[in-house]
Design a protein around this ligand. Structure first.
Ligand code: PAF
Length: 283
C-alpha cells in the first residue's frame, strides 16, 4: 500500500489505474479509523478494483470551540489497519495542499436548506465545510464511486445533493452503520467517552429503537414522541441536542401518510457529541 501527500501523485496513480480499465473507489475519512471505516473500504472493494482512502482532518468543517485541535490524528495506526485489509492507496494531504489560500479566500460549496437544519443548525457552516472538502477530494481523486457511512445520514444527503446539483461524474454509495455489541454506533468521537459515559452512550440507540417501536405500533403524534425521546435521553444522563422524526427523502417534517421516515438524534455526553439515526419503512 502506497501513501501519497500531493494531489499530483494521487492523480498520476488513479489515472494509471483508469487507463488500465480499473474502477476506482474513494473513501474520504478524517482518520482515527475504526471498524466502521474499515467496513466502508470492504464494501468499496466489492464495487471497485482499486480503493483510495483519504485521511484529512478538515479545518473547514469545524466551528469555533469545536475539537479541530484535539481531533485524534493517528496516521501510522490508520495505515497499518488499511494495509491489513489491502487498501491500494492512502491520500494524506497537508492543510496547505488542500487549502493553499487563506480560508477566507477559499471557494466554498453550499447545499442550501438541508445544510441549515438539525446538525447544521447546531454547527453553523459545518456542512459547507463538508461539501467543500468532499467536492475537492472527488475532483482530486476522480473516483468512479465515493463511499460514506449512513451514520452521518444528513451528511450523506448533503453530499448526494451536491454531487447531483454540480453534475459530479461519480456514484455516491452509502454503507450501513457499524455498531458495537450494545448498539452504540462506531465513531471516532466515542474515544472521548470515559468508562461511565461509555456505559450511558448506547441509550441513544435504545431510544431510537423504542421510538421506532411506538411508530410501528401506530403512534403518529411525532411531536409527543420526540418530546418523550428527549426526556428519556435526559433521564439517562445524555444532553440531547435534538431528536427529530423526519421524511427520509428530504428531512422535512412528515406529512400524514408518509411511509419513509428517518429518526435523527444528536446528544452531548462529556466531551463527545454523539449522533445516530434509524430509517423506518411503514409501507
Ligand atoms: O465523515 C467524515 O469523516 C467527514 O465529514 C468527511 C466526509 C471525511 C469530510 O471531511
Amino acid at each position: 500500500m502506497n501513501t501519497v501527500n500531493s494531489i499530483q501523485a494521487l492523480r498520476e496513480q488513479v489515472l494509471g489505474w483508469k487507463k488500465a480499465g480499473e474502477r476506482v473507489a474513494l473513501i474520504p475519512t478524517m482518520g482515527n479509523l475504526h471498524d466502521g471505516h474499515l467496513e466502508l473500504v470492504r464494501r468499496a472493494q466489492g464495487v471497485a478494483d482499486r480503493t483510495v482512502v483519504s485521511i484529512f482532518v478538515n479545518p473547514l468543517q469545524f466551528g469555533e470551540g469545536e475539537d479541530f485541535g484535539s481531533y485524534p490524528r493517528t496516521l501510522e495506526a490508520d495505515s497499518d489497519k488499511l494495509a491489513g485489509i489491502n487498501t491500494d492507496l492512502v491520500f494524506a494531504p497537508t492543510v496547505k495542499e488542500m487549502y493553499p489560500k487563506p480560508q477566507s479566500e477559499q471557494t466554498r460549496v453550499e447545499v442550501p436548506l438541508i445544510s441549515d437544519i438539525l446538525c447544521g443548525e447546531s454547527r453553523p457552516g459545518h456542512f459547507v465545510g463538508v461539501a467543500t472538502v468532499v467536492c475537492k477530494l472527488i475532483n482530486m481523486a476522480l473516483p468512479d464511486v465515493a463511499v460514506f457511512g449512513e451514520k452521518d445520514f444528513q451528511q450523506l444527503m448533503v453530499i448526494r445533493r451536491m454531487a447531483e446539483d454540480l453534475c459530479l461524474p461519480v456514484e455516491i454509495m452509502g454503507v450501513s452503520t457499524v455498531r458495537e455489541a450494545d448498539g452504540l454506533a462506531r465513531s471516532s468521537r466515542n474515544g472521548y467517552l470515559t468508562r461511565e459515559e461509555r456505559a450511558i452512550a448506547p441509550a441513544l440507540y435504545r431510544v431510537l429503537q423504542q421510538t421506532a417501536e411506538s411508530i410501528r405500533s401506530g403512534k403518529r403524534d411525532y411531536a409527543t414522541l420526540e418530546a418523550q425521546a428527549n426526556q428519556t435521553l435526559k433521564e439517562t444522563g445524555l444532553t440531547p441536542d435534538y431528536f427529530k422524526i423526519r421524511r427520509a427523502a428530504d428531512l422535512t417534517e412528515p406529512l400524514d401518510g408518509d411511509q419513509q421516515l428517518v429518526m435523527l438524534a444528536a446528544a452531548y455526553l462529556g466531551k463527545a457529541r454523539l449522533i445516530d439515526n434509524m430509517t423506518l419503512d411503514l409501507a
